[in-house]
Design a protein around this ligand. Structure first.
Ligand SMILES: O=P(O)(O)OP(=O)(O)OP(=O)(O)OC[C@H]1O[C@@H](n2cnc3c(O)ncnc32)[C@H](O)[C@@H]1O
Ligand SMILES: [Mg+2]
Length: 191
């Protein structure tokens, strides 16, 4: 059997890496061996797609080979989709206990978690993007699993925050699962 090609997931986020590995474990015939590199890739401003493509292009150039990158955004409908791809700074400054205060003056608490995977086959290739979205509401923090803003995102139709779900439950309906499922399909068909 031919050795499987290497695909580098460029991320500095250990929780993202863990969830991606858990989801891919359910695909034994995934045609790549996934490795990880925590490069500090600049993140431009713009739409989630602009940010995802630029980050992936830059990672593929630095590593000169096939890479995937992933960007996660959290979009509040009352704020016209902001903070979107800038959620990391908002979370960093406010902390998970105060994030919900961003919507304190609004009745509309609707939040959309958006995951954008980008795949770049080589340093010169144009990145291809895959997007997954999960709808919910911004709430006061609840739950034990403390990854990023998970305690504040109550997922539509479940009555639970991501942090109140175990990893199997989250990985069946998460924004990350939905985007990774498309990327996995694409790569499996290419192989
Ligand atoms: O190296 P990269 O992959 O960029 O990792 P990062 O942590 O910088 O991630 P992003 O730039 O995509 O910023 C997204 C922010 O949202 C958080 N986050 C990402 N996925 C999440 C999830 O599924 N649940 C809760 N928080 C999440 C993450 O910790 C960041 O604060
Ligand atoms: Mg980042």
């Amino acid at each position: 059997m031919a050795a499987r090609k290497q695909l580098v997931f460029v991320t500095g986020n250990a929780n993202k890496l863990r969830e991606v590995q858990q989801i891919l474990q359910k695909t034994p015939d995934f045609p790549f061996t996934l490795t990880n590199k925590a490069l500090d890739v600049p993140e431009v401003q713009g739409t989630t797609i602009d940010v995802a493509k630029a980050k992936c292009r830059s990672a593929a150039r630095q590593l000169n080979g096939p890479v995937i990158t992933e960007d996660t955004a959290l979009c509040f409908s009352a704020l016209g989709g902001l903070p979107g791809p800038y959620i990391k700074d908002f979370l960093g400054q406010l902390g998970v206990d105060r994030l919900h205060l961003l919507l304190a003056g609004f009745e509309d608490k609707k939040a959309t978690a958006v995951c954008t995977f980008a795949y770049c086959e080589s340093a010169e290739a144009e990145p291809i993007v895959f997007e997954g979205k999960t709808e919910g509401r911004l709430v006061e923090p609840r739950g034990q699993n403390r990854f990023g803003w998970d305690p504040c995102m109550e997922v539509e139709g479940t009555g639970k925050t991501y942090a109140e779900m175990d990893s199997d439950e989250k990985n069946k309906l998460s924004h990350r699962y939905k985007a990774l499922d498309q990327l996995r399909d694409y790569l499996t068909k290419q192989a």
